[in-house]
Design a protein around this ligand. Structure first.
Ligand code: HH2
Length: 247
């Protein structure tokens, strides 16, 4: 899954693809590099981010999805039902939902759904995240949400531990170390570590634009543990790593 943030403020590529034609060209590039899905988002959910209004989010993502859906599979990264609906109308076939609350919308639209775990809200989620047992809590939450989605009639349900979403460095590492606990649920697992802040911490301060090797290390680890999909900014290098993992 290739990341296409049509936003002014995403943490690693904010403003780079905000202009419509530039975003579409970037999406085509991601397909050309080997992305199976291009994930189009119009609202940053980085720590501290403030939300955008529905009209603004629609204006950012709908024309881009409409253009890209002719060339490959497109998902929409949104927490809003109205945006999911318009995105599917424009050609998206997967709702990537960091709020894990749009299962009925996905069911009604007849598309796939990604349930991601987040503790709190982007504006404050990194203030003081706490768990008794992060792996068990995240797994149980996702299993419950996936069951709800299946019961609502969603045929394709992905679960995602939400790396960096209300998690300390230690929480992120525990989830990655024990990814097998998510894989063992039988639901396909999506993992997003690309360029995230904990990689900066682990590498002694590499800035977001300089975390390719760290991102590849975690994507490779996730795939080797059984993740069915990784969400990344750098598609070409990740496809090469995926081919090696697949043997
Ligand atoms: N991470 C981000 C956004 N959406 N969706 C899923 N399923 N899993 C993730 O880990 C995930 C996600 C955050 O990354 P990015 O889109 O690069 O940044 P921003 O939220 O600042 O736009």
């Amino acid at each position: 899954m290739g990341v296409l943030n049509v936003t002014p403020d995403s943490f690693s590529d904010g403003g780079q693809w905000l202009e419509r034609d530039v975003a579409i060209a970037r999406g085509l590039e991601l397909f050309t590099e080997g992305a199976d899905i291009v994930d189009v988002g119009g609202e940053s959910t980085r720590p501290g981010a403030v939300g955008v209004g529905v009209e603004e989010e629609l204006a950012r993502v709908v024309p881009v999805i409409e253009a890209l859906a002719r060339y490959g599979r497109v998902s929409v990264d949104t927490r809003k039902a109205a945006v999911a609906e318009a995105a599917v109308e424009a050609g998206a076939t997967l709702v990537n939902d960091v709020s894990a609350s749009l299962q009925q919308v996905a069911a009604d639209l007849g598309v796939g759904w990604v349930a991601m775990h987040m503790q709190g809200e982007p504006a404050s989620m990194q203030d003081d995240p706490r768990y008794d047992d992060v792996v068990a809590e995240v797994r149980d939450f996702l299993v419950e949400r996936a069951a709800r989605a299946k019961a609502a009639g969603v045929a394709e349900v992905w679960i995602d531990p939400g790396i960096g979403f209300g998690k300390t460095l230690e929480h992120n590492l525990a989830l990655l170390r024990h990814l097998d606990a998510l894989v063992a649920t039988g639901h396909p697992v999506l993992v997003g570590t690309s360029r995230k802040g904990f990689l900066g911490r682990l590498t002694g301060g590499a800035p977001a634009g300089d975390r390719l090797e760290a991102s590849l290390a975690t994507a490779t680890w996730a795939m080797a543990q059984g993740a069915g999909m990784v969400r990344v900014h750098d598609v070409g290098p990740t496809v090469q790593a995926a081919r090696v993992v697949a043997g």
